[in-house]
Ligand binder design. Structure first.
Ligand SMILES: [Ca+2]
Ligand SMILES: [Ca+2]
Length: 78
């Protein structure tokens, strides 16, 4: 079982790297939104404050537009 999980981990990492070679953002639950926990995987230094500032509609998730705006503003690393 452990081996299977490791294999799945490698596959998803490779898939994410192919999707965006520059910054690897993983939408772990595939809901089309990035939660704070999901962004922490790519940006371990991201603070809850920065995430809150980027979450302009306050739903606790970043959609593609919010993420783009935050990266353009420098709130979240691109
Ligand atoms: Ca998600
Ligand atoms: Ca939001």
């Amino acid at each position: 079982m452990k081996k299977l999980l490791l294999t799945l981990g490698v596959i998803s990492t490779v898939a994410a790297a192919q999707a965006d070679a520059k910054t690897v953002l993983t939408d772990a639950n595939e809901d089309g939104m990035f939660s704070y926990e999901e962004l922490l995987v790519s940006f371990p230094d991201l603070t809850a404050d920065a995430f809150g500032a980027a979450d302009t509609n306050g739903d606790g998730q970043l959609d593609a537009d919010e993420l783009k705006a935050a990266q353009a503003a420098g709130t979240i690393p691109a």
